[in-house]
Design a protein around this ligand. Structure first.
Ligand SMILES: *Cc1c(COP(=O)(O)O)cnc(C)c1O
Length: 388
């Protein structure tokens, strides 16, 4: 039997390994020099003023909401088609969550839907404080349009760019926060670069930066200038907010630094592989990825969609067939409002039809740096011949 081909996988170099070992032999396993060095290299790469590394993108989303003062009486909106973490962060803060349906072509939030929903929300006095656009697969949302709306309706923007380090939009790297307040990346092993677990939040705003920094370490400051009282002595620190311990370890940051050196290689290779899929997968049966105007995708995922003429049963049978061929396909994502926890909040099936239709037609197929030509040909063959 052929070896299982996953849909995504990390690529670890000898340098990643030797740098991780160096940390283990050093004085600091946490709170040493590697995390600030990693943050500096992120800032340089995406061209942001600040970056704060944490133990996951989920944590980064949480402290981002906290840094924008999301609380009990606030509303947050995100894409109906995303990983649950993009929505959970609002609930951690006690806020209300709602979703924006997706565009049928790009699978990212639909700008027309968003405009309509904002208009209605304004008339009902229920405008969101924060909107979290998700760059699905590494293809940026239409950030110019979202940013324009943010000025009209006065909301803040956190980009969930968990899929999108190495991607660009409007000739700027995603993470530069040109059209947002904060951008969040994930370094889970299936994403573009990895720190085993890990994430980062970038921003250009000094006030937001201060809060992100405090919220990730217990809300504690050691800066005399930020303190309310005169320091009792050189040991003194103060807790200003109810923060958390979301710190990234030194080992993770060391791996992040060496992984980041290869991010362009990773993304270029993913684009090369995507181009082969674009050229070779049958357009008779499948809709292939469509990028947003001005977007250069990092291709975290390659999602094919069964054409309208197929139904849920065909989709499931095709998915099971590919798994039986040892092809590690997956579905990104089950619409968030389908989950029992969200149903309890009052969401119903039918609320976001485009995200639901996407769910019944989409399949993520193998795409990662180490995917071999022979493996990709095998995948293409199995896909193209199934409906023949
Ligand atoms: C992976 C992912 C997250 C969460 O990332 P972690 O680092 O695993 O916490 C959040 N949002 C999206 C869209 C993701 O794909």
């Amino acid at each position: 039997m052929r070896k299982y081909i996953p849909y995504g996988r990390q690529d670890i170099s000898d340098e990643d390994i030797s740098e991780a070992i160096k940390v283990l032999r050093s004085d600091y396993l946490t709170q040493g020099p590697e995390v600030p060095k990693f943050e500096e290299s992120i800032c340089k790469y995406v061209n942001s003023k600040y970056a704060f590394a944490v133990n996951s993108a989920t944590s980064a989303l949480h402290i981002s909401c906290l840094a924008l003062d999301v609380g009990k009486n606030d509303i947050v909106w995100t894409s109906a088609n995303t990983f649950v973490a993009s929505a959970n962060c609002a609930l951690y803060c006690g806020a209300k969550i709602d979703f924006i349906d997706i565009d049928k072509k790009t699978n990212n939030i639909c700008i027309d839907e968003l405009s309509k929903k904002l208009k209605l929300a304004k008339s009902e006095n229920k405008l969101p404080k924060v909107i979290i656009p998700v760059h699905l697969s590494g293809n940026s949302c239409d950030m110019k349009a979202i940013s324009k709306l943010s000025k009209v309706y006065n909301f803040k923007i956190i980009e969930d760019a968990s899929h999108a380090i190495g991607a660009s939009y409007d000739n700027s790297k995603v993470g530069s926060c040109k059209y947002s307040d904060i951008t969040v990346f994930s370094f889970h092993p299936v994403k573009i670069i990895t720190t085993c677990e890990g994430g980062v939040a970038t921003t250009n705003n000094k006030k937001i930066a201060k809060k992100l920094n405090l919220y990730r370490t217990h809300g504690i400051t050691k800066e005399f200038s930020e303190m309310h009282n005169t320091p009792h002595g050189p040991w003194y620190y103060e807790q200003l907010y109810l923060g958390l311990n979301y710190r990234m370890t030194e080992i993770q940051a060391a791996i992040g630094i060496t992984q980041l050196k290869r991010v362009d290689d990773f993304v270029n290779k993913r684009n090369d592989l995507a181009k082969i899929y674009n050229d070779e997968i049958s357009k008779e049966y499948f809709d292939l990825p469509v990028l947003t105007n001005l977007s250069y995708s990092s291709y975290h995922l390659y999602v094919i969609k069964l054409k309208k003429s197929f139904d849920r049963k065909d989709h499931r049978a095709f998915f099971e067939f590919l798994r039986d061929q040892n092809i590690g396909v997956n579905i990104h994502y089950i619409p968030v409002h389908f989950h029992p926890y969200y149903k309890k909040l009052g969401f119903e099936i039918g609320d976001f039809p485009n995200a639901e239709n996407y769910y019944y037609s989409a399949i993520s197929i193998p795409l990662f740096f180490g995917l071999k030509d022979e493996e990709q040909s095998y995948v293409i063959n199995k896909i193209n011949n199934y409906f023949k």
